[in-house]
Design a protein around this ligand. Structure first.
Ligand SMILES: Cc1cc2nc3c(=O)[nH]c(=O)nc-3n(C[C@H](O)[C@H](O)[C@H](O)COP(=O)(O)OP(=O)(O)OC[C@H]3O[C@@H](n4cnc5c(N)ncnc54)[C@H](O)[C@@H]3O)c2cc1C
Length: 373
């Protein structure tokens, strides 16, 4: 069991309180309207929650990854859409800017992202390049003073809403990473995709039509884009695994309370062994998933390679999220199928954790590769 320091406990207490006060109540409304949760994000930004692991020198809170993962669990338990927006902006663009960016890039982009004045997006996937990002087509051609980007990215979380896009594109020197601002001429966005869940976390196409990016906005070295993106995904996967644990926990808590209230055959349904065993198994699987998430985060905090741990945590936690939320609906019976009781939303939202930032099949490929390294 991870022993938390006093500071970690304090941060967590604050995040738990804010998640309940700011996110929990309104989450169903945002799910129904599909409105991007700017107002919620601004409130979290004011508390320093949008740049938790970015160093203080660059506008962040400079916290460790264990605290970040536990905070992500709390936020996801209250509103999974807000959690993924946060996980992406901090786990990917901020992480990559901090690791590979120049001081000038950090000043211009990382600072406003970490303060939460801006939201960041990560553009890797294309319509024909999902699990196999090396087959991407978005082209980066050298132009005087910079590059011209042409092509299409798909499924971009916060697409059209984010102010900064970290974009992987292919040029003569291989795949490189570019920083693109929202208002750059030639950049446009599709409508938010009509998704099964995570309705408030907009996902859209991002189109590049002769988008000029200056040499100053090449992130790190030319040709290192794929390696940078994969390193970013190691970090991002801890956030997604934590998001999965948060959804599972929230659905479990609703089911546990319901089983204590609902009576059938003259007794509380929690007295039936069929229900008790379900709850016991849900609890155990959530605890195991959380332990894997915290182990991956701790490995990252130790400065060691954590590819294996991050993929292991994501593979397991996403399976737990889907299984536990499905069982939560079952414990509530017909009421579980009703929007009012919230568990159907966690069930819909949970499925994505088996898909984005690498499907479960891709996590198995990564894990197996790491085992033979
Ligand atoms: C809501 C949402 C948000 C997203 N946000 C972002 C984002 O912000 N930025 C971004 O860049 N992308 C984002 N994505 C894209 C996401 O990462 C991809 O959808 C995911 O990587 C899978 O790619 P694909 O959809 O093209 O599926 P495919 O790669 O076509 O896979 C289809 C099926 O084939 C399986 N498969 C593929 N290759 C193998 C293999 N080698 N071995 C075994 N099975 C295999 C897959 O596991 C899957 O089951 C998002 C997607 C969604 C749905």
């Amino acid at each position: 069991m991870t022993v938390l320091s006093t500071d970690q406990k304090m941060v967590l207490e604050m995040v738990r309180k804010v998640s309940l006060e700011v996110l929990w109540e309104k989450a169903p409304e945002y799910d129904q309207s599909g409105q991007y949760p700017w107002s919620q994000l601004k409130q979290l930004a004011g508390l320093g929650l949008l740049g938790m692991t970015t160093p203080e020198a660059w506008g962040g809170a400079g916290l460790d990854s264990v605290t970040w993962a536990l905070a992500m669990e709390e936020i996801a338990a209250a509103d999974p859409s807000v959690a993924v927006i946060l996980s992406v902006t901090s786990g990917l663009p901020q992480y990559m800017l901090n690791k590979y960016g120049s001081d000038a890039q950090k000043k211009k982009y990382l600072l406003p992202l970490a303060r939460g004045d801006w939201i960041g997006a990560f553009c890797l996937t294309e319509p024909h390049a999902g699990s196999d990002p090396a087959s991407m087509k978005l082209s980066a051609k050298k132009a005087p003073g910079g590059w011209r980007l042409d092509g299409l990215k798909s499924w971009v979380t916060s697409g059209g809403q984010a102010q900064v896009y970290v974009v992987m594109a292919k040029g003569e020197g291989g795949i490189s990473t570019f920083i693109v601002e929202k208002n750059t001429p030639g950049l446009s966005f599709g409508k938010p995709e009509d998704k099964m869940g995570l309705h408030a976390a907009h996902t859209s196409e991002v189109r590049f039509d002769g988008v000029f990016v200056s040499d100053q906005n090449l992130l790190g070295q030319e040709g290192r884009g794929l390696a940078q993106a994969l390193a970013g995904l190691d970090s991002g996967r801890i956030g997604i695994a934590a998001q999965a644990v948060g959804m599972a926990r929230a659905a479990f808590e609703i089911a546990r309370r319901y089983a204590d209230e609902r009576t059938q055959f003259g007794q509380k349904i929690r007295e039936f062994q069929g229900v008790r065993f379900k709850l016991a198994e849900m609890h155990t699987r959530i605890a195991a998933a959380r332990a894997l998430v915290l182990e991956a985060a701790a490995q990252k905090d130790r400065g060691e390679k954590y590819t294996l741990e991050a993929s292991t945590a994501k593979l397991f936690a996403s399976d737990v999220a889907v299984g536990v939320t499905r069982e939560a609906v079952q414990v509530l019976g017909g009421y579980g199928y009703h929007r009012e009781y919230r568990v159907e939303r966690y069930y819909r939202d949970a499925k994505i954790t088996e898909i984005y930032e690498g499907t479960s099949e891709i996590q198995k490929l990564v894990i197996a590769r790491e085992l033979y390294r």
